[in-house]
Design a protein around this ligand. Structure first.
Ligand code: ADE
Length: 230
């Protein structure tokens, strides 16, 4: 079994590399990939850089070049749902691209012909996340995550995304990873810890909480890996 663990920024995978201690580094397609044996399984770990294009490239590389059979994404997100506070965890049930817009042709936001507005995440991985949450005594929200090539720091834009996609959180990579995994038939899981509220204070909050929120998410994902390889 080969499992991909992906983040978008160095801070999002640093806690995982630290936990592993030893790993092999390979450069491929302009990025670094870290490979390690962990409890009888093979792991490939990488951060993609921010945004849909880089995350598409990294997810594709992890699957097609490095042979990953499952993909877990760990990172931070901006909250839309008022119930989500900094440090809270959200598991995506489905994801959508909030900046995909051919509404001029009568299509819904987030839709292009032969695509779909939402892509569902893997049910079995969500079940595993529920077991981990209960063992850790953590309450983890499940909800819709909207993705776009924008750092949202604006109440109106955030509310529009929330209303249009019924989204609970937003970030910049999840839906593109979902498109790749769905097309290549790879079970995937997207976990995010809240770093900000996507409002006018978002950039300050993000800078302050990126590291601590990324650790929350990474610890949870590694507990999931423990269960998957068990
Ligand atoms: N990731 C974390 N916070 C975000 C925000 N406000 N907008 C986009 N991506 C984010």
């Amino acid at each position: 079994m080969k499992i991909a663990i992906m983040g978008a920024m160095p801070e999002e995978i640093a806690p995982i590399l630290e936990k592993l201690g030893e790993y092999k580094t390979t450069e491929y397609a302009g990025n670094k990939y870290y490979e390690a044996r962990y409890k009888g399984a093979d792991l490939v770990i990488a951060y993609s850089k921010i945004g849909k294009v880089f995350s598409t490239l990294t997810a594709s590389s992890m699957i097609q070049h490095f042979g990953a059979q499952k993909l877990l994404f760990s990172g931070v997100a901006g909250a839309i749902s008022p119930s989500l506070k900094v440090g809270d965890l959200i598991v995506a049930t489905k994801l959508s691209q909030h900046d995909l817009d051919i509404t001029a042709f009568g299509h819904a936001f987030g839709y292009v012909p032969e695509g779909s507005v939402y892509i569902d995440t893997d049910k079995d991985l969500i079940t595993i996340s529920k077991e981990v949450a209960s063992e850790m005594g953590k309450s983890v929200k499940e909800g819709i995550i909207a993705t776009g090539d924008q750092f949202v720091a604006n109440e109106d834009r955030k509310n529009w995304i929330g209303d249009t996609f019924k989204a609970d959180a937003l970030e910049m990579e999840g839906a593109s990873v979902a498109v790749v995994c769905n097309a290549l038939d790879i079970p995937f899981f997207i976990l995010r810890s809240i770093s900000d509220a996507a409002d006018m204070d978002a950039s300050f909050s993000f800078d302050e909480f990126l590291e601590t929120s990324a650790v929350e998410s990474a610890e949870f994902v590694m507990k999931m890996v423990d269960k998957i390889v068990d």
